[in-house]
Design a protein around this ligand. Structure first.
Ligand SMILES: [Fe+2]
Ligand SMILES: [Fe+2]
Length: 327
């Protein structure tokens, strides 16, 4: 249990270090918050909190929550080692994304260490090969920007592993995926997360995110050219109908084509509080119907290596559900 100002970077680092030292697998972590803003709750989740409560909660509720978490923790040990590994790696990735997006939205340079840490963790999870666990854990992130970045990066890293990419190429793909929407950190949240359809002006604003992201990273310096291209061009289509530059065919490198496919698939299978993720078949059908916009060979490989694994993971999750009682 922690009781610290989670808005303070040093406190967060101290909590992380303490958890790394003292938290065996499956141990619940209750995070008490001094301010209960959404940002603090997200930060707490990113650090790996099992549950969050305001620090001034009545002692009786605190005691009840601790008892429940301890009971659940004992039962929860049945969760496989693989799932625990995936969870702890993705917690690191989410915490790093929080640092990275926080810096970007405050107009500061993107924290290199945070990008490196999330790329490493996501690549390790993808290498362990369990796409089902990865999706299940990522779907638990309610913040749509985190969920989206982690989904795109998780899919892209898994795809790169399954295509047999070298470690260096995998790193580039995963880095491009982690950073692809970094420009969205500068778009107002009320537009980005607007529940209804966007009006024309709002759409135009959202469509500036590739150029904004590209300009941010270019100004900061030190990013591989293909990563910069992926940030700028992940909404381009092979038939020239995309944005911001209307590129077509050979003007769009393979790594960018991979990010585009993973980006669209991720947007289709994201989990919102009010809707279940779209089934893998239905999501893939939409990609196929996009015709000449996406790379056909890559799409076929994506079906073989990712969509099939996603379907298998889903079938397995459905089997594990308790049988419905007869009416
Ligand atoms: Fe985007
Ligand atoms: Fe995206």
């Amino acid at each position: 249990m922690s009781d610290a100002d989670i808005g303070n970077g040093q406190a967060v680092e101290t909590i992380r270090a303490a958890l790394a030292r003292h938290r065996p697998r499956g141990t619940p972590f209750l995070c008490l918050l001094r301010d209960t803003t959404l940002r603090s709750a997200i930060q707490a989740q990113a650090v790996g909190a099992t549950e969050v409560l305001p620090a001034d909660v009545p002692p009786s509720l605190l005691a009840k929550t601790i008892t429940r978490l301890l009971q659940e923790g004992e039962g929860g040990e049945a969760a496989s080692d693989a799932a625990a590994f995936t969870r702890s790696q993705l917690t690191v990735a989410a915490a790093s994304l929080a640092d990275m997006l926080g810096a970007a939205s405050a107009g500061k340079p993107v924290t290199r260490g945070a990008v490196d840490a999330s790329v490493r963790s996501i690549d390790e999870v993808a290498g362990a090969g369990n796409l089902g666990d990865l999706l299940q854990i990522v779907w638990n992130y309610d913040d749509l920007t985190y969920q989206h970045c982690m989904l795109v990066a998780g899919l892209a890293a898994s795809f790169a592993h399954r295509l047999g990419f070298s470690a260096a190429d995998r790193e580039l793909v995963t880095r491009a995926a982690v950073l692809h929407d970094i420009g969205k950190a500068r778009i107002p949240l009320e537009v980005l997360h607007k529940p209804g359809p966007l009006d024309e002006a709002e759409q135009a604003m959202v469509r500036t995110h590739p150029e904004i992201g590209h300009a941010m990273l270019l100004a900061q310096g030190g990013f591989a050219p293909v990563v910069l291209t992926a940030v700028r061009s992940h909404h381009e289509y092979l038939d020239g109908t995309g944005y911001p530059d209307g590129l077509s065919g050979a003007e769009i490198p393979d790594i960018v084509r991979i990010i585009t496919i993973c980006d669209i698939y991720a947007a289709l299978i994201e989990r919102r509080s009010y809707k279940a993720p779209m089934a893998p078949e239905a999501a893939f059908d939409i990609l196929v119907q996009m015709g000449g916009k996406l790379d056909k060979d890559l799409l076929r490989a994506f079906e073989e290596r990712i969509v099939k694994a996603h379907k298998a993971a889903q079938a397995c999750a459905t089997e594990q559900k308790p049988p419905q009682r007869a009416p």
